[in-house]
Design a protein around this ligand. Structure first.
Ligand SMILES: [Zn+2]
Length: 368
């Protein structure tokens, strides 16, 4: 025990202190000791300093204050009060440290206000995924997810893209380094379309699914390209699905996403796994489909074209059904592949795809 604590067992008379300077020195000594004390366990600290029977404060009150002659008491009173405050302050800060998760964690005063930590928010890409999922949930689609590492069979062949098909050039991707005796090469999927095949292999019609996920291509990074990006694949197959069901579904989605006033149009296109294939455009939601900005200049979003290319889609090519044991004479359906990054950039006015991957909180905080 520290020397100063032993002194609290004695009276001022026994200590031989009779002047105000000596009283001052004793209190300074005990304040200094209190200041230097590290609190390990709060209860031990409380018993030592503040317990009613044997606490330092009680001893000082009994041995120093009460036993002193009245002339000395007026020096002791205010100094004892100050010391009492110091002890109470130290106990209080200890509790605060406890709530913040420091200290030995023995006792926490739950009546104190909590320490609120911000939990952040979903990444904008995740938010757009959820928004699109919500729209398709409302018309009876469900979500399936698949592997990001695929075999060439699921990524290409079963989607009607044979080995030397030129479209594979557009989908150049990353192959994994495998041992020489590996049975099949593995690659990072270039689209979420392999899940069309995996879903139809497992499930008989009717099928109505969307497949959100990350995809990879060997694109050099620039404002609109990245080696990784995000897609939602959609697939609906049943015995009586027509081209009208297809365009109606896409139109419903686009109006839900961009607002009821936009128009859609489609242009003929080509994908190996759909026939016929189309590209969907939306009338520019930023200039109302006029191509002219509010100030009279050219709309910067659609570059004056009044239309914005959205995504590719089409009726499932009957050849694909052959890979999954569906009867192409009995079933029909449609598929689409929505680029999430592009839609998010359009809707939220973002001009560089790279910001999605940089994790700069100044960007992320703009989308709470
Ligand atoms: Zn425009």
């Amino acid at each position: 025990m520290s020397g100063i604590l032993e002194k609290t067992e004695l009276t001022f008379q026994q200590l031989g202190a009779s002047s105000e300077a000596e009283v001052d020195r004793l209190f300074a000594e005990i304040e200094e000791f209190l200041e230097s004390e590290q609190i390990g366990d709060r209860e031990t600290f409380r018993v030592l300093w503040a317990s009613d029977k044997k606490g330092v404060l009680t001893k000082i009150r009994n041995n120093w204050l009460r036993a002193a002659p009245p002339s000395t008491r007026r020096w002791i009173g205010p100094r004892l009060e100050k010391l009492t405050h110091s002890v109470a302050f130290k106990l209080k800060t200890y509790v605060e440290r406890q709530v913040e998760g420091e200290g030995s964690g023995e006792r926490v005063d739950l009546s104190l206000p909590g320490v609120i930590r911000s939990v952040g928010s979903h990444h904008l890409i995740r938010q757009v995924f959820q928004e699109i999922e919500g729209i398709f949930f409302s018309i009876g689609f469900s979500v399936v997810e698949g592997p990001e590492i695929e075999t060439p069979y699921y990524n290409f062949e079963a989607l009607n893209i044979p080995e030397f098909h030129p479209v594979r050039d557009d989908m150049d991707t990353f192959y994994l380094d495998l041992p020489k005796d590996a049975k099949t090469p593995l690659l990072l999927r270039t689209h979420t379309s392999p899940m069309q095949i995996r879903t139809m292999e497992k499930q008989k019609p009717p099928v109505r699914v969307i497949v959100p996920g990350k995809v990879y291509r060997r694109d050099n990074p620039d404002a609109t390209h990245s080696f990784a990006f995000h897609q939602i694949e959609g697939l609906a197959v049943d015995t009586d699905i027509t081209f009208c069901d297809f365009t109606g579904t896409i139109e419903y989605f686009v109006k839900q996403f961009f607002g009821p006033s936009v128009k859609t149009r489609f242009r003929p296109s080509y994908f190996p796994f759909t026939e016929p294939s189309v590209e969907f455009d939306v009338s520019c939601p930023f200039c109302g489909g006029t191509g002219t900005s509010a100030g009279g200049g050219t709309c910067s979003k659609c570059k004056g074209a009044a239309w914005i290319e959205l995504f590719g889609a089409g009726m499932v090519d009957p050849a694909v059904y052959g890979f999954v044991n569906y009867d192409a004479k009995k079933v029909s359906g449609f598929a689409f592949g929505i680029g999430i990054d592009r839609l998010a950039m359009l809707k939220y006015g973002i001009d560089d795809i790279q910001v999605f991957f940089q994790n700069d909180v100044r960007f992320l905080r703009q989308f709470p």
